[in-house]
Write a protein that binds this ligand. Structure first.
Ligand code: SAH
Ligand code: F3S
Length: 477
């Protein structure tokens, strides 16, 4: 049992949206994995809409099938392989159909994909999407095409994403790409390359346009948003080589948050993911200062044991993490946290596991994403450590932390009961067509009866009178 990183119901979903009427070709585009992949797919759809492709949710009518893939755990890769094998028959029947793999698996497996999975014609890594038009020309000529070159500069800053499958209310805006952290278990630095930040002007422009189009919430995305640093372009690692002027005018994450909060003062602002080692108290101060910055931080810690944190190459101790949480709660009293945890990492003992459980109790996370360690080829852990915790023990520890998180979530949800919350309506509840579904500032989902005059995108005051483990139940005030 593995809890999914993002909304499970959306994994692998393909969307059709109204695009250019003059386009005659059909693109079926499915995304797997993290929010960044979903956001990247919007860039891909935008690039291909200039090449005559509109998206379709019906795979049967597709001229081009693209899977935007995830490598984070072995299971994520298996899901994609299974999906690819389903296209085999369609490809036999329609030889002009092109099938491509994008994203992290493309980057990790490179030409292996073309050699081993004969179903694939096209392999494109996360920094090479601008090359798609050329690569498609190659496949039209009958040959396979591949570009998995990673870039130190590419941020797709000037590309206006085509918003896929959203609710028209919430949108993702990418602010950094890549990661320089080298957590020993993680494949991301290898599949997404060096960390680089996007020009703040293009971020502000995108947020302002979203507001004008009727969006009410943006989530600023990066592997490590708190490490955002704009000094004129190039990877963060090269900042030392920047000119004096570049250094003096550099923009960090707290400043970027403030710029966005001021540029779209009615827009709700969220961000993900934060890494404890890079998070400054200034970010919490901005949250306290601007009411439109949501009072919620996803702050993965991975383990509550100092031994494990060190083995994972996380650059902080348990005590430092707890201190950060405490400071945050002092600056933003109503703040909520969520976590990512890995159980069964190399050498993890029962003692380490208990440390993780006690840390969870201490922080009282609203919710979390929990995983059994999955060894990834090429990572430092794979090269230098032993994946020595037996699968049954990983599973048992995983169930224990999932069940503990369940208790904590229930407790946190209970603490929201009996109060009024500002809820942004995102759509109709899946369970009851007479109810709305939205979230409060702390990112807790809330359902409540629809009232005349209310619509998707409205922000309403809701009195919460009850809760389940993961949902608040209320009525409009
Ligand atoms: N900073 C990134 C982290 C990406 S990976 C972000 O934007 O969220 C998301 C989560 O997957 C990690 O926090 C970690 O908990 C989990 N994860 C990463 N590699 C893993 C592995 N090899 N096995 C199990 N879980 C892993
Ligand atoms: Fe992975 Fe650690 Fe970066 S989890 S994405 S290497 S912060």
């Amino acid at each position: 049992m593995e809890q999914k990183y993002i909304d499970e119901s959306k994994q692998g979903e393909a969307y059709a949206i109204a695009e250019r009427p003059e386009n005659s070709k059909k693109l079926f585009l499915e995304s797997y994995g993290c929010q960044m992949n979903f956001s990247d797919s919007e860039i891909v759809a935008s690039i291909l809409s200039q090449q005559g492709y509109n998206t379709t949710a019906n795979v049967e009518e597709a001229d081009l099938i693209l899977l935007n893939t995830c490598s984070i755990r072995e299971k994520a890769e298996q899901t994609v392989r299974m999906r690819l094998s389903q296209f085999k028959k369609q490809k036999e029947q329609n030889p002009s159909l092109t099938v491509g793999v994008l994203g992290c698996m493309a980057e990790r497996l490179k030409t292996k994909f073309l050699e081993e999975e004969h179903l694939v014609d096209l392999v494109v890594g996360p920094d090479a999407y601008r090359d798609l038009p050329n690569l498609l020309k190659e496949t039209e000529g009958g040959s396979d095409a591949i570009n998995v070159i990673l870039s130190k500069e590419e941020t797709y800053a000037d590309i206006s994403p085509v918003r896929l499958g959203g609710n028209g209310v919430t949108a993702f805006v990418t602010i950094t790409r890549g990661c320089d952290n080298m957590c020993t278990f993680c494949v991301v630095p290898f599949t997404r390359g060096r960390e680089r930040s996007r020009d703040p002007h293009s971020i502000l422009k995108e947020c302002t346009e979203l507001w004008e189009q009727g969006y009410k919430e943006v989530t600023l995305l990066g592997q490590n948003v708190d490490s955002y640093l704009w000094y004129g372009g190039g990877p963060k690692k090269d900042f030392a080589k920047a000119s004096e002027l570049q250094k003096a005018t550099a923009v960090g994450f707290a400043q970027l948050l403030e710029l966005v909060a001021q540029a779209v003062p009615q827009m709700r602002i969220r961000f993900a993911t934060s890494n404890p080692q890079d998070m400054s108290l200034d970010v919490f101060r901005m949250m306290a200062r601007y009411s439109n910055i949501c009072k919620y931080v996803h702050l993965p810690v991975q383990s509550g044991s100092d031994r494990m944190l060190e083995a994972m190459n996380r650059q902080h101790t348990r005590a430092q993490y707890l201190e950060l949480i405490q400071q945050a709660k002092r600056i933003v009293p109503e703040i909520a946290f969520s976590q990512d945890m890995i159980v069964g990492f190399c050498g993890e003992t029962e003692r380490d596991h208990l440390d993780t459980m006690s840390l969870m109790r201490e922080v009282e996370y609203d919710y979390g994403y929990m995983f059994a360690y999955s060894e990834r080829p090429g990572t430092p852990a794979h090269k230098k450590m032993k994946d020595d915790v037996p699968a049954e023990i990983k599973q048992r520890r995983l169930s224990e932390i999932i069940s503990l998180q369940g208790e904590l979530s229930r407790k946190r949800m209970e603490s929201y009961v009996g109060r009024e919350h500002e809820i942004l309506i995102e759509g109709t509840s899946k369970k009851d067509p007479n109810q709305w579904k939205g979230r409060n500032s702390q990112n807790a989902v809330c359902v409540f009866d629809k009232m005349p005059g209310q619509k998707v995108g409205d922000t309403v005051q809701v009195h919460v009178y009850s809760n389940t483990q993961g949902t608040l139940i209320g009525h409009t005030v």
